[in-house]
Structure formats: C-alpha cells, structure tokens
Design a protein around this ligand. Structure first.
Ligand code: NAD
Length: 388
C-alpha cells in the first residue's frame, strides 16, 4: 500500500481513559501531520475502550473492543492501519506485538519491549525474520541535543569515552501507592505483569538505552545492587548498577522510584579523554560541553553549528523551548520516515535513521535480566572493611 503523499494511518492498543502514555503517543503522532489515529482498542474493558474511542473521534466501525478485533477488522479494510502503537502494561506487549507482526502490521511498541527475556528474544527474531517494522519508544533518544551529543562523540570531539554517569530518579512511588488504588503503580509492582525489574525495568531501561545511544558503547558486563525501600513491595524501587563496556569504558547507572524531589530528572554525563558532555532532561535545549583545559560551553538547540541529526529534530527557532512532547514526536516522525522509506524502496532520510528498533528493545530487556541476575548473586561482591 503506497504511503506517498498521505498521513500514515495509526491504530492504538491501550491508552484509554485515565491511562498515561497513550495520550502522549496521540499528541506526539499528531504534531507533524505524519500520522492520523484512525482505529483503536484502547482499554482492557471492551465497553470502556469503545466509548473512549468514540469520545476521541474514532469512527464506530474502528472503535474496537479488543486488540484481536482490531487485527481482524483492519485486515478486512483496504485502508487498513499502517502501524499499531502498543501502550499497554509490559506483559501484554509480546502477545499483541506478535499477533500484529504475524498479521502483517508495523508495530510501535512501548518499552520495555516485553516482560521476559525469552519473549524479547522471540519478538526480535520475529521482527527480523518477517522484515516488519518494529519501533520502540525510548523517549529520550528523541531529543535533538541528545542526537547532537551522539554525533559529536562519534566524531571524536571528547576522544575515547572513559566513563558514563546516567540516572533516572523519580519520586512517585516513595509511598506504597500500589496499595492505595494507583492502577499504574499496581501493575508496575506485580512481577507477572511488569517483569523481573522494578525501577530498573521501568526507567533504568531508558537510562541504559540513553547511555548506549549517545556513546555508541557496547556493554560487556555489569554488577548491580537493587533495593526495595517500600515495605511489602515485590520488586526493586531503587537500582545502582556498575557498567563495564567493551574497550574499557566504565559506567554508573542509577534508577529510582523513591527519589523524593525528583520528577523525571534524567541526567547524562559522558567523560572522555579530551572533554565531556552533559545533558539534563529538565534543560533539554542545552548540551553542556567542556573541553580539557577549556571553558564550559553551552551548545543550544537551534544554533546554526548543529548537526543535521539535531536540526531535523528541531521545529522552532532558538530560545523557544522544545521539550518532552517534541522529543516523542521526533520518534513518531522517525518511525513514519522509516516506514515510508520501506514502502517506497529507498533509504530513510536522517529522521528515519538512528531510531530505536526491536533489537534495541531486546538489548534493554537483556540488560534488566542481567541486572536482576547480578543482584541475586551479588553477595560475592561485597567486602566488609576490617573492623576499626
Ligand atoms: P497505564 O496503566 O496508565 O495504561 C495502560 C492502558 O492499557 C489502560 O488504558 C488499560 O486499560 C489498557 N490495557 C491493558 N490491557 C489491555 C488489553 N489487553 N487491550 C487493550 N488495552 C489494554 O499504563 P502506562 O503508564 O500508560 O504504561 C503503558 C506502557 O507504556 C508500559 O509498558 C510502560 O512501561 C510504558 N511507558 C513508557 C513511557 C515512556 O517514556 N516511553 C512512559 C510511561 C509508560
């Protein structure tokens, strides 16, 4: 089906009334006019899902009760959806994505790709074999200044990377809100629905992807210390992870759901032999560059000197702040470009390159699995100082 000169048709699973990320997907998909949301099975409860769909202007015939109905219904249409976004809790990603790929649809899947490593391996393999497009919404790789850092590090601007410090601290689960009626916290603290890694699976995966994306470093091994500070919680709510990359670089990753005073305070610092880059999501339009023996410099979004990769992901002149929604929209614009390039038999332009795909999702799940394995074996690592 040609995709030239028309908006791509998007379907969505999850993201119904009261859900978090589905609404962000809808806003992001709309921003550049590359996508039109035309179908959805938005809720675990079919009636609620259909009512929600009608309420946001989806036509009745495409307001589905279940994702199985969505697949069946869309397959019968000439104007079927070009891709389906999966915005449901982690354990449902695998069966939904698998069925969509097998039915021939492109998929945009939330992170973590799946709740278990076995499912992630199977899904990445299915994506590879089938050749279907599978994008994964690692939000922070949508920011223009993150791309700028990636381009400059790849060009050798700070020399060989020595150490990477990355953190994703949140405060919203500092109390047992999963037992106080918070539905989002409830599935995130249930290992069967969330997977083995609590904070590390939910937000540590973002930090891990961000560090690898910007530096190009490949993880060799890790050592992790997980903690569950809120009594009775079944999964970690705080993770400290030591990283050793191929080539000798080191890293330190912190994810926390109990870091009071922090809301999505993602921070990345990369130190090389000739300089460093720092990027903080609360000041996303700035990349801080410090050369060895030089002054601290602030590189700003919108500046003429920026790379193509950063420029194509920027919409407004310098000084007008761009942020989270624009970064998410960059992922959607990149997915659209990659899907169009496939159907038109051409190479994608810069927006459709360096985007998170199924294999990146698999690497994220493998990381979480290794973190939990390391923690469970970690007693061997700990050394008590001599009593003095
Ligand atoms: P949520 O609990 O707010 O919403 C989940 C939605 O999915 C609900 O509307 C629920 O009814 C629906 N749902 C559940 N099972 C369904 C099914 N079988 N069919 C149809 N709908 C179904 O969850 P959330 O916080 O929005 O998280 C959803 C996913 O997004 C998770 O995988 C999470 O890790 C991910 N997420 C990613 C980011 C990001 O920055 N990229 C941020 C938040 C959440």
């Amino acid at each position: 089906m040609s995709t030239a000169r028309r908006a791509l048709r998007l379907g969505m699973v999850g993201g119904g009334e009261g859900a978090y990320i589905g609404n962000i997907h809808r806003m992001a998909a709309r921003l550049d006019g590359q996508w039109q949301l035309v179908a959805g099975a938005f809720d675990l409860d079919p009636d609620r899902g259909r009512a929600f769909a009608l309420g946001i202007g989806i036509e009745a015939a495409r307001s589905y009760g279940t994702w199985q109905d969505l697949i069946e219904g869309e397959l019968q249409r000439e104007d079927r959806v070009d891709a389906v976004a999966i915005c449901t809790p982690n354990f449902t990603h695998y069966p939904i994505a698998r069925a969509l790929i097998e039915a021939g649809f492109a998929v945009i899947c939330e992170k973590p790709l799946t709740a278990t490593l076995a499912d992630a391996i199977a899904l990445a393999e299915l994506a590879r074999e089938s050749g279907r497009f599978v994008g994964v919404t690692y939000t922070y790789s949508g920011y223009p200044m993150v791309h700028e850092a990636r381009v400059r590090i790849a060009a050798g601007e700070i020399g060989t990377v020595r150490t990477v410090q990355v953190e994703y601290p949140l405060e919203w689960m500092a109390k047992p809100i999963e037992r106080e009626g918070n539905a989002q916290a409830a599935w995130r603290t249930d290992p069967r629905k969330n997977g083995r890694g609590g904070s590390i699976g939910d937000i540590g995966t973002h930090a891990y992807h961000l560090a690898g994306f910007v530096t190009g470093l490949k993880l060799r091994e890790l050592a992790a210390d997980l903690a569950t500070f809120v009594e009775g919680r079944a999964l970690d709510d705080n993770a400290h992870v030591l990283l050793r990359y191929e080539g000798g670089a080191r890293g330190l990753l912190w994810s926390s759901q109990v870091a009071i005073g922090n809301s999505n305070g993602v921070r990345l610092r990369v130190f090389g032999e000739k300089g460093s880059f720092q990027w903080f999501q609360e000041q996303p339009n700035e990349l801080i560059y410090t050369p060895l023996d030089g002054r601290v410099q602030v590189i700003k979004r919108g500046a003429e000197e920026l790379s193509v990769d950063a420029k194509v992901r920027s919409r407004t002149p310098p000084g007008h702040p761009e942020g989270y929604l624009e970064a998410f929209a960059n992922l959607y614009a990149g997915f659209a470009e990659a899907i169009r390039a496939r159907t038109e038999g051409r190479e994608p332009g810069p927006l459709g390159r360096n985007i998170p795909l199924a294999h990146d999702g698999l690497k994220g799940v493998a990381f979480v699995d290794a973190v939990v394995d390391s923690h469970e074996a970690a007693h061997q690592l700990w050394v008590t100082p001599v009593a003095v």
